[in-house]
Every structure is written in structure tokens, then in C-alpha cells.
Design a protein around this ligand. Structure first.
Ligand code: TPP
Length: 630
């Protein structure tokens, strides 16, 4: 079958199990072949091929609402809903989004990217449905990893209490990105090994209902048995106690088992949980046998060998640079511990864990808990380093304000993936952290220009004992510069002049410094000299240097790969206002007031005008030429 020609899921309706199996095989091949060129979340999708087909066969989208938690596993859903032909553009600029997108299809009823939101959204949809006296099914599809997120547990609590008709499909592959962790994971494990509980329970209840008719002692014994059934330790008890009917464990690669259980679930009143066991990476040998993450998400690869196509001799990833510097500090300072909310691999903390197994804590997808737990550690004199992606720190905002900063606790925030992240797109761009952290008292916010400065900033953070200290660093590879032998402290709030100039100043940091240097070079060719300053402390500012610049009355161009509203440039305007300088000659470049979609970072920079060309353009308007001056 040509998967690019599928218009909607009705093609599944008349398929028997054999045909479904054949179709599942073709779908796997389609994914393996297409993602070899584009990259994407291969492992997660290979695991839910049968599950997605079975869901679309038993239920009717879009009337029945499918909510894909995290959403990285929605590729088969996209193929079935008419988007197979766009897979060559997956996660590329203006191409098919890697997550559900309401603009793309009426079948995408809920947008995701961050995990653990589907149950809350489903509950909202269920309330709306019931108020309108509608009858469709609402199906959040959530992984065992995403289930560890606090929001999911808050929603389970509410759905169970309200007894709403919500059918939770729990896709349990025992993996988060890496191996799933936590007590809940342990509980699911016991359910997995305990067999087909619901059928046994149904059968027993049926028998017990018949027996009283017999009368006498047998009937009395049956009554007692019925009563004590509630004490049975059975799989799904955790969910049953919360008010859900539990179906499972279901073999997620067996159509008979899937269809039977989903049909049961469809007829059941009240909250239901269908516990489906799947295998991440199923059907592609390199993914199946990968012990780290089963090819959760990958770049392009060679289909035959599974060899990943990567640039040769690239400098180390920023995450490695930071975690190696941290490892170095941790050798000298036993107060240092590392905390990660389910991102050991992404944050490159494996080596830290190998060297200090009792000083690394993977808390699951639990950014709020990770933040407050770090605060708790700090109250006891420890030095927690919370490695957290910029976008996921959004989840822990109140915890940053209320628990960490307000109590002036020594938590180091390693803010990874700061700036535009590219293919993951809108939901993952790390562009808000400056704006939301800058307004919080006691916060120090920094960004290194290269790996050498990174090690010095990690060292500075480790030495700093006066409150929270954030080091933000981008996705991708560092610059490959040589590093000093020993790290030293960089005075708080000190900037660095990278290139002198007397006609104008560019204030910037991190990824945009190279662009600024290029723009300055180009201005030089036109006879205008532009100073470039590495504003590595985003907060506090280098007051001394700023006073000097503003007293000189030099035009200032601020550049940041972050939102303009409330950003670094705004802080320069505030500084001018606060100290009575004119802000007339301050121009800000950064990310405009809209969400930035997926695409390569270069393309996105181009789209929003974060380029040397644009810097030169602004500088030309700001700096008079020699002729104009004369
Ligand atoms: N934190 C949040 C709030 N959202 C995220 N998307 C992530 C972290 C990064 N992340 C993406 S997928 C994933 C994580 C941690 C694992 C999800 O595991 P699971 O729900 O079991 O899905 P699977 O990939 O195993 O199918």
C-alpha cells in the first residue's frame, strides 16, 4: 500500500488481523526509510505501530479525541490522517511538525511537546463534552515515563474522583528516554508480571453472582469471598483504588489482544485505564538492541547498518563540556551533587554518574520536584547542580521563585538547550528563560562564549555561596577552543571587551558573539569601528562598563537569541532609564513576540533576522559615516 496516499483512518475498518499485521509491517518500513533521511523519534514510534492502528480501528477520530502525550510518538497517527506524503519534510523548516499540531489536521486535537499534559487536557474535554451532552470518547495516550510527571498524577486524582468517561491508554515500554525510574515504575512492573487481572476478576465475580442461588454454606462462603476480594493484591489495584477500571496488561504488538481490550474499554462507563505493553524500537534491529535509549530520537542514519551519519571531528557537545567541568569541580568539592529530571543522556551526565554513583539523582519527568528537591539539598549545605533544559525549566518556575531564590539557596541551574533548538520546534525553543529569570531577585544569570569560559563559570558557580546561579548554554557542539589548565573565578557581573571600537557598541553573549564580531569586521571595512562586548553576565549587568558606555553616548546594539520582551536588551533600556541616560541610541535585536516553529537554527535565525547582515544594517543607521560626521 502507498502510505502517502492514505486520506483517513477509515481504510482500517474492514481489515482483518492478518491484513492489519501486514499493514503494520509496511508502516514500520515506511518509518525506518523516511527517518533515515530526516531523523526523528524513531524508537518511540516503532513501539506504537500496532497500538495506533488498533486505536484508529476501534475508535473514530476526530469525533473521538486522541491526545498524544509528549506527542513524539504521533507519526503513525499522522500517516493515517493524510500526512504520509509530507514525511520527507519531517521536522524541517516549514515542513511536517514532529509533534501534534492543530493547524496541520483536525485529527490533532491537542498540541504537545512537553510531557504529562494529556490527562489534564482530557479531563477538560470530558467536562465540556458532558456539559454539552455529547458522547464521544476521549483518549489520552501516555507513556510510563510521562506518567511520572506531577501533572499526570494530579489529573488521575481528579478524573478518578469525578468518575468521568476518560479512557487512558498507558503505553508502557519501561523506558522514559533512558530506562524509566521511580516507585511508580516499580508498581507498573508488578502489574506487568501479575497477568490478566480483569478477566480473572470478571470471571470470579460472575461465578460468585450465580452461587447464592445454591443457598446454604456455599452461598455464605461465596459472600465472604466476595467481601475479601477487595483485599486481593492484584495488578491494577493502584488504578482501581483511584476509581479507574483497569484493563491489562495488554500485549501491544498483538492485534487480537489490543482489539479485544479496546473494545471492552469502549463499552465501559467511567474512567478506564488500558495498560498496554510495548517494545520501544520494535522491528528495527539497531534500535531494538540499543541499551541506552532504543533510538528514542535520532538524526539521519544508514538503514542497513544503523550507523548514524554525523559530522566528523565535531567539538564536544555543550552539555558534555558543562558536565565535564562539573565532574572536575565535584572531585574537589563533596558538596556537589547533580540532579536531572529524566535527562541523563541529553544532559550528558552518564560519566558523572559512573564516577559519583551516589551523587547523581534522576528524579523522572518531575521538573518541579527536581527544583524544590535541589532547594532542600541546598538548605543542608549541599551544592546541587540541576541540569535542566531551558524549555522544561518553565515547569519549575514557582519553585525557582518561591523555594530557591526567595530563600537565597545555593542551587546551580545548568540551563541546557538555551536558545533556538531547531527540529523540535515551538514547544522546545529555549527562549524564555532570560525573561522569566531576570525578574527574580537574587538570581545570577550567565552564558559562556566558549568551553574555556564555560569551565570558569562552572567553577565560579561552585565557589559562589550567595544564592542561585544559572549558567545557560545552547544545544549542539561547543567551539573547539583550547581550555586553560585550571579553572578560575570570573568576578560576578564582569563583562569582557572582545574587540575595541569607538563608534558604537554591540552588547551580546553566547551564540551571537561570533555574528557580532563579523558585523564589527564588516563595519570596519566601511571605516566605522564597533566595539564588541561579551556580556557573559546577563544579570547582574556590568554597571561600571555600562556607565562608561552611556556617558560616552555611544550607540548600543543589544543582541540576544532569546525573546525581546523582558530580555537582556530590555535590561539595558531599564538601566538607561534608571540612571537618567538617553535610550534613544539603544537598538535591540532578538526573538520577536511570537512562537518560533521548527527548522534548522540557521534558517530560523534568517527568518527572524538574527544575522550579521541585519546587525550591519542597524549599525549603519546608528553610526554616522565619516562624511556625515564631518
Ligand atoms: N520534560 C518534559 C516536561 N517534557 C519532555 N518532553 C521531556 C522532559 C523530555 N522527554 C521527551 S520524551 C521523554 C522525555 C523525558 C520520555 C517520555 O517517556 P514515555 O512517556 O514513556 O514515552 P516513550 O518515549 O517511552 O514512548
Amino acid at each position: 500500500m502507498d502510505l502517502c496516499k492514505i486520506k483517513d483512518p477509515s481504510i482500517l475498518k474492514d481489515m482483518n488481523t492478518n491484513q492489519l499485521e501486514e499493514f503494520a509491517e509496511e508502516t514500520r518500513q515506511f518509518l525506518i526509510e523516511n527517518l533515515a533521511a530526516t531523523g526523528g523519534h524513531l524508537g518511540a514510534n516503532l513501539g506504537v505501530v500496532e497500538l495506533t492502528l488498533a486505536l484508529h480501528k476501534v475508535y473514530k477520530s476526530p469525533e473521538d479525541r486522541f491526545l498524544w502525550d509528549v506527542g513524539h510518538q504521533s507519526y503513525i497517527h499522522k500517516i493515517l490522517t493524510g500526512r504520509g506524503g509530507q514525511f520527507d519534510s519531517l521536522r524541517q523548516y516549514r515542513g511536517l511538525c514532529g509533534f501534534p499540531k492543530r493547524d496541520e489536521s483536525e485529527h490533532d486535537v491537542w498540541e504537545t511537546g512537553h510531557s504529562s499534559t494529556s490527562l489534564s487536557a482530557a479531563m477538560g474535554m470530558a467536562i465540556a463534552r458532558d456539559l454539552r451532552k455529547e458522547t464521544h470518547s476521549i483518549l489520552p495516550i501516555i507513556g510510563d515515563g510521562a506518567l511520572t510527571g506531577g501533572m499526570a498524577l494530579e489529573a488521575l486524582n481528579h478524573i478518578g474522583h469525578e468518575k468521568k468517561n476518560v479512557t487512558v491508554i498507558l503505553n508502557d515500554n519501561e523506558m522514559s528516554i533512558a530506562k524509566n525510574v521511580g516507585a511508580l515504575h516499580g508498581a507498573l512492573g508488578r502489574m506487568r508480571s501479575a497477568g490478566k487481572y480483569h478477566r480473572v476478576k470478571d470471571d470470579l465475580e460472575w461465578i460468585l453472582k450465580k452461587i447464592p442461588a445454591v443457598g446454604g454454606r456455599i452461598a455464605q462462603a461465596a459472600e465472604r469471598l466476595k467481601d475479601s476480594m477487595k483485599y486481593f493484591v492484584v495488578p491494577g489495584m493502584f488504578f482501581e483504588e483511584l476509581g479507574f477500571t483497569y484493563y491489562g496488561p495488554v500485549d501491544g504488538h498483538d492485534f487480537n489482544d489490543l482489539l479485544e481490550n479496546l473494545n471492552y474499554a469502549k463499552k465501559t462507563e467511567g474512567p478506564v485505564i488500558v495498560h498496554v505493553m510495548t517494545q520501544k524500537g520494535k522491528g528495527y534491529h539497531p534500535a531494538e538492541t540499543d541499551v541506552k535509549d532504543k533510538w528514542h530520537g535520532v538524526g539521519p542514519y544508514k538503514i542497513e547498518s544503523g550507523e548514524k551519519i554525523k559530522p566528523v571531528d565535531a567539538p564536544p557537545a555543550w552539555s558534555s563540556v558543562i558536565s565535564e567541568s562539573l565532574r572536575n569541580e565535584a572531585r574537589k568539592d563533596t558538596r556537589i551533587v547533580a540532579v536531572t529530571p529524566a535527562m541523563i543522556l541529553g544532559s550528558k551526565l552518564e560519566k558523572f554518574g559512573e564516577e559519583f554513583p551516589d551523587r547523581l539523582f534522576d528524579v523522572g519527568i518531575a521538573e518541579q520536584h527536581a527544583t524544590t528537591m535541589s532547594a532542600g539539598l541546598a538548605t543542608q549545605g549541599m551544592k546541587p547542580f540541576l541540569a535542566i533544559y531551558s524549555t522544561f525549566l518553565q515547569r519549575g518556575y514557582d519553585q525557582v521563585v518561591h523555594d530557591v531564590a526567595r530563600q537565597k539557596l545555593n542551587v546551580i541551574f545548568g540551563i541546557d538547550r538555551a536558545g533556538l533548538v531547531g527540529a523540535d520546534g515551538e514547544t522546545h525553543q529555549g527562549v524564555f528563560d532570560i525573561a522569566f529569570l531576570r525578574s527574580v531577585p537574587n538570581m545570577i544569570i550567565t552564558m559562556p562564549k566558549d568551553e574555556n569560559e564555560a569551565q570558569h563559570l562552572v567553577h565560579t558557580a561552585a565557589q559562589y555561596n550567595d544564592g542561585p546561579f544559572a549558567i545557560r548554554y545552547p544545544r549542539g557542539n561547543a567551539k573547539g577552543v583550547n581550555t586553560d589548565k585550571a579553572p578560575y573565578t570570573i568576578p560576578i557581573g564582569s563583562w569582557e571587551v572582545l574587540k575595541d571600537g569607538k563608534d558604537a557598541v554591540i552588547l551580546t553573549f553566547g551564540t551571537t558573539l561570533d555574528m557580532a564580531l563579523e558585523a564589527s569586521e564588516r563595519m570596519k571595512k566601511e571605516g566605522r569601528s564597533v566595539r564588541v562586548i561579551n556580556a557573559r553576565y546577563i544579570k547582574p549587568l556590568d554597571d561600571g562598563m555600562l556607565h562608561d558606555i552611556m556617558k560616552e553616548g555611544l550607540p548600543i546594539l543589544t543582541v540576544e537569541e532569546a525573546v525581546l520582551q523582558g530580555g537582556f536588551g530590555s535590561s539595558i533600556l531599564e538601566f538607561a532609564e534608571e540612571h537618567g541616560y538617553s535610550s534613544q541610541w539603544v537598538k535591540r535585536m532578538g526573538i520577536p513576540d511570537r512562537f518560533i516553529e521548527h527548522g534548522s537554527v540557521d534558517k530560523l535565525w534568517e527568518e527572524i533576522g538574527l544575522t550579521p547582515d541585519n546587525m550591519v544594517h542597524h549599525l549603519k543607521h546608528m553610526v554616522p559615516t565619516k562624511q556625515q560626521r564631518a
